[in-house]
Design a protein. Structure first.
Length: 173
């Protein structure tokens, strides 16, 4: 049986390996490492999924801001989500995302944004961000920029999403 819980410092290497396995590169794993050193990092929302004492998946929600003129609104960005290659296609990513959204809502967060496959993320309640006048940073494909409102009464949130600079850093091999 899979257990979903917040990550522990001693598991950073195992989490790095999860993202390397899931994405076949280091970019996502390095992003997680960089974000952990910032005030945007939310330790309660850096979740792992484990089976038989092995970390097999990880997701991270990071604090972001949506800016509309002089107004700003807090939100969370879901990125990355990774499941080890040999554990994919077993609905573990689905379990992890559902648990993460539930925890984010429990902690009082109102809005989650994600850049991802609409066919995958719409099953979790994500919708086109453009339909809510929420725009991505330049260079993001609008059709893959999605939002989940965890609090339906939040109707006045609109503007451009501002990610932490750690998302923009180019990585050297």
């Amino acid at each position: 049986m899979a257990i979903i819980r917040p990550e522990k410092k001693a598991e950073y290497e195992a989490i790095y390996a999860v993202h390397q396995s899931a994405f076949k590169r280091d970019i996502e794993a390095q992003l997680v490492d960089r974000l952990r050193t910032t005030s945007y990092y939310h330790p309660e929302l850096s979740l792992v999924i484990e089976e038989n004492d092995e970390i097999i998946g990880h997701l991270l929600f990071t604090r972001v801001v949506i800016k509309d003129g002089n107004k700003t609104f807090p939100a969370l960005a879901l990125a990355p989500v990774g499941i080890k290659a040999d554990h994919q296609r077993k609905k573990l990513g689905t379990e992890l995302i559902e648990a993460g959204l539930k925890k984010a809502k429990y902690l009082g967060h109102k809005l989650i944004i994600v850049l991802g496959d609409p066919k995958f993320y719409t099953r979790f309640g994500f919708e086109r961000a453009a339909d809510f006048e929420i725009t991505p940073p330049m260079g993001f494909p609008e059709e893959a920029f999605l939002v989940a409102k965890l609090s339906p009464e939040e109707t006045d949130i609109k503007g451009q999403v501002l990610y932490p600079v750690q998302f923009n850093m180019t990585l050297e091999k």
